[in-house]
Design a protein around this ligand. Structure first.
Ligand SMILES: Nc1ncnc2c1ncn2[C@@H]1O[C@H](COP(=O)(O)OP(=O)(O)OP(=O)(O)O)[C@@H](O)[C@H]1O
Ligand SMILES: Nc1ccn([C@@H]2O[C@H](COP(=O)(O)O)[C@@H](O)[C@H]2O)c(=O)n1
Length: 667
């Protein structure tokens, strides 16, 4: 996951490859709760691992459930409809799929509970569900604003004879919550009557299908009346698989529809969800087809490609009632940027009470790209920028809403080739923690568009420290090019090749079996991190680095580090030779005394013996060799910014680099 303040996505050009989707959030949280309420043990496979499911699992544990989790497989020993813990304070984060059904189940089972969430959860309505539960005699108080969480639940006297009336026109989750909770107390038939037109019906279909898997056969009359038969009892199905998340699929369906295919790939293949999906958002496929996407499906996979010019590309504007695909419809709003004409998405009033007011949020962020947007109580109308030059870009606010973050990543295919900044990208953790990694794995940018920051300078000036920290702050990759020279010398010595034999060392360098993992370096699978970090190894590296053949041999390997979303590279010739077109070049220096002292402390802290004087002598000798060699000598690039950090802390040095970087960005 990109745990950074913002993520800059370079202009993207192409897409192709296979995406395996994480499990569906809606199915995962329903199944986890049903498993907990059932008799017997349930093993749930392919569960979504995310913030919202973590909240549900934590609550179930607090309620006395035995939960074993291994990766995306969760085993739950069901409570058989009896709570072991009758008193608890449960934190629901911003997970509506946990808050609503747990409120209903706990209110009916009886006990003293408090349910709260993050501030936005306390703005999301729950009054209609509370009203329905109070009709049944459940004890529920509001602890904050009337109609909203947090809630206090306490035992009441249940009255289950009369039909239960619940509104269905604000959130279908209220009905889902009742459908999942009422089987716990179905001593006789229980009738639910829906008031108002039921929205998001496909989510109710998921609920009914899953209830069936757990032994509850709800009778339905249209979408107005539901009956839970007397004597209903939850029974574990034993094993159950969660399908891929159809709402998450929408980003990759859209990607296939708007991106030119990468060489050798037939668009995007999505695994985990397909024509047999029980999720309503699978009908996003129909909407994407209407806009021009070419989509083939099997039972549990999809393949998407962009139409030919004039036959699906550019996309076609649509005017669509999106009540059946409320979550995935946000993706259509971003696809509308690539459509000819004005797209209207209707019947989306529920957007206003989701993670954020999604109609207002989408309108505001779409305008940053130059779109003309009109918003109404329950619709949004989007006209894309009139021409490539009318496109703008901006820093996208994500409102702690995973879907805003994910769908706006697609704006990086803009024809003006502008980068897009996503603020707080880690909000995708709610449903798809590795979304951006998955996106970058199947997209391509023009090489020159992938940003590179070069940090060159003499020994022990702090290049590596600075480069690694700057990369971390930006979510970029990091190249420690010095390590490649150290490894070449090390591997050559091990193979008995003289360090003076340029061709011999170059032969080794050309096929270095190197792997970086965090701060560790592996050569042919062996951890050589400490072995290549000695001063002797640095001196050996300096020797082999003077051979032009060795430098050429390492060039391709270094270029390979230039990957989405960007790179920070440190060394001696990053800005002058390896990445001459880099967007930012820094030449980092410090006085020889400061550098010697830093290296001295570094060595001593690792338990090595050294004297300050000898270290200073060695590093000055190494610098002299690096600066005087013919091939790619150490020197500042003509367009490098000079940074002397003799009296600058590490943190201030990083701040300075980030400030320079920000200054070069269009946000
Ligand atoms: N601004 C700074 N102030 C104080 N110490 C620093 C500063 N920057 C880096 N250091 C410390 O200096 C030491 C050397 O830093 P680092 O290894 O990053 O240098 P380098 O330039 O990459 O070295 P090399 O040339 O060997 O690759 C480290 O212990 C690091 O913590
Ligand atoms: N781009 C580079 C990086 C390093 N070298 C040579 O390798 C030696 C070791 O580098 P460290 O950064 O790990 O200390 C260094 O002294 C250089 O001789 C290089 O030539 N080009």
């Amino acid at each position: 996951m990109f745990d950074v303040e913002y993520l800059d996505i370079p202009p993207l050009a192409k897409a192709g490859g296979t995406v395996r989707l994480p499990g569906s959030k809606s199915i995962s949280n329903r199944v986890l709760l049903l498993a907990a309420l059932s008799h017997g043990k349930t093993t749930v496979h392919d569960v979504l691992v995310s913030d919202d499911t973590a909240v549900m699992l934590a609550a179930l544990k607090q309620l006395g459930c035995s939960v074993q989790k291994k990766g995306d497989t969760v085993s739950i020993e069901g409570l058989g409809g009896q709570l072991l813990t009758k008193k608890a304070s449960l934190f629901m984060g911003n997970a509506g799929t946990a808050m609503r059904p747990l409120t209903a189940a706990l209110a009916l089972l009886g006990g003293e509970f408090e349910l709260s969430g993050i501030p936005r959860m306390h703005e999301r309505p729950i009054g209609d569900l509370v009203d329905a539960l109070r009709q049944l005699g459940c004890g529920i108080d509001y602890l904050g604003n009337e109609g909203f969480p947090p809630l206090r639940l306490y035992p009441g006297t249940l009255k289950l004879d009369a039909p239960i009336r619940v509104r269905g026109d604000v959130s279908s989750q209220f009905l889902t919550a009742l459908l999942m909770a009422l089987p716990l107390v179905a001593v006789h038939d229980i009738r639910i009557e829906v008031i108002g037109e039921l929205i998001s019906r496909p989510y109710i279909e998921i609920t009914l299908k899953l209830l069936k898997r757990f032994g509850i056969d709800v009778q339905r009359e249209g979408w107005e009346r539901f009956t839970i038969p007397a004597g209903s009892q939850y029974r574990s199905p034993g094993e159950i698989h969660v399908e891929g998340d159809a709402s998450s699929a929408s980003y990759f369906i859209a990607l296939g529809a708007i991106a030119a295919p990468t060489k050798g790939q037939k668009g995007i293949k999505i695994l985990g969800v397909g024509a047999d999906s029980i999720q309503g958002d699978i009908r996003f496929v129909e909407a994407a087809r209407m806009m021009g996407a070419h989509i083939d499906s099997t039972a549990n996979s999809l393949r998407i490609s962009r139409g030919k010019p004039g036959e699906g590309w550019p996309l076609k504007a649509i005017d669509l009632d999106c009540n059946h695909i409320p979550d995935a419809a946000m993706t259509l709003a971003v696809m509308a940027l690539y459509a000819e004409g004005t797209t209207v998405l209707r019947n989306i009033a529920s957007w206003r009470v989701k993670e954020t007011d999604r109609i207002a949020a989408m309108a505001c962020e779409l305008r940053k790209f130059g779109a003309t947007v009109e918003e109404g109580a329950d619709y949004i109308r989007i006209t894309p920028p009139a021409s490539p030059s009318a496109w703008a870009t901006g820093a996208i606010h994500t409102y702690d809403d995973h879907r805003v973050a994910m769908c706006f990543s697609l704006a990086a295919f803009n024809p003006a080739q502008l980068p897009v900044r996503i603020l707080d990208p880690k909000c995708v953790a709610k449903t798809f923690p590795d979304y951006f990694e998955a996106l970058f794995a199947v997209t391509e940018a023009e090489n020159d568009h992938i940003p590179v920051i070069c940090i060159d300078g003499p020994t022990a000036s702090g290049k590596g420290t600075l480069a690694a920290l700057a990369a971390h702050r930006l979510g970029y990759h990091y190249l420690d090019s010095g390590a490649l020279y150290r490894l070449s010398a090390f591997a050559a010595a091990q193979a008995g090749i003289s360090l003076d034999d340029g061709d011999g060392v170059a032969g080794i360098a050309r096929t270095l079996p190197v792997r970086f993992k965090g701060e560790k370096v592996f050569l042919d699978g062996k951890d050589v991190s400490d072995a290549i970090r000695t001063e002797a190894a640095g001196m050996a590296a300096s020797k082999v680095s003077a051979h032009p053949q060795v430098r050429t041999a390492l060039l391709e390997l270094q270029h390979g580090f230039r990957c989405l979303p960007g790179l920070v590279a440190d060394g001696r010739d990053m800005g002058t030779v390896v990445f001459p077109g880099a967007q930012l070049k820094i030449y980092l220096t410090a006085s020889a005394e400061h550098r010697a002292e830093r290296r001295y402390k570094q060595l001593i802290s690792k338990g090595n013996s050294a004297t300050l004087a000898s270290i200073q002598q060695d590093l000055e000798a190494r610098d002299a060799r690096d600066m005087s060699r013919k091939a790619a000598p150490l020197k500042p690039a003509d367009d490098a910014k000079l940074l002397d950090n003799s009296y600058l802390s590490i943190e201030n040095s990083v701040d300075q680099v980030i400030e320079w970087w920000q200054g070069s960005r269009p946000f």
